[in-house]
Write a protein that binds this ligand. Structure first.
Ligand code: C5P
Length: 139
């Protein structure tokens, strides 16, 4: 049985600034889940490693350069969206070059964990919050 058409692997980054705030971006109009706030990232393309996809997506979406070595796997979450089983791998990144810009998103926002809980987020991003809170020592 062919399972891959329904498996949708996604990678996303937890970028943390000096004050412990994390970067989220608002999905643009005309895309699925427009208006929701997500961790920057996207689909892992065929033949890509998660780390390669992460570096590519952060360059495309934010215009920043991260070294794969600066990102560590933190956790993952899953969600079923229609016919797709989406698996989101979250990496925590400690260093990057450049100032993030909203190249695809409607807006960027640096948020505390408490603020994240008040933002509407896609179903695969929402379950990440308790682990992020624990990892950052915030509630
Ligand atoms: O950015 P891209 O279009 O490649 O993202 C593919 C899909 O991954 C989006 O449609 C969205 O459903 C999902 N995604 C997500 N959470 C993120 C990033 C992407 O659910 N943080």
């Amino acid at each position: 049985m062919e399972i891959y058409p329904t498996l949708f692997p996604v990678v996303a980054a937890l970028l943390v600034d000096d004050t412990g705030r994390v970067l989220v971006q608002q999905r643009p109009q005309g895309t699925a889940m427009a208006g929701l706030w997500e961790f920057p990232g996207g689909k892992i393309e065929a033949g890509e490693s998660p780390e390669t996809a992460l570096v590519r997506e952060l360059a495309e979406e934010l215009g920043i350069t991260v070294l794969p070595d600066a990102c560590e796997p933190l956790t993952f979450a899953s969600a079923t969206l229609g016919q797709k089983h989406l698996i989101l791998l979250l990496f925590r990144c400690t260093a990057w070059q450049g100032e993030p810009r909203a190249l695809h998103a409607t807006a960027l926002r640096w948020a505390t964990v408490a603020e994240l809980y008040s933002l509407p987020m896609p179903p695969a991003d929402l379950p990440l919050l308790p682990i992020i809170a624990q990892s950052l020592g915030q509630k």
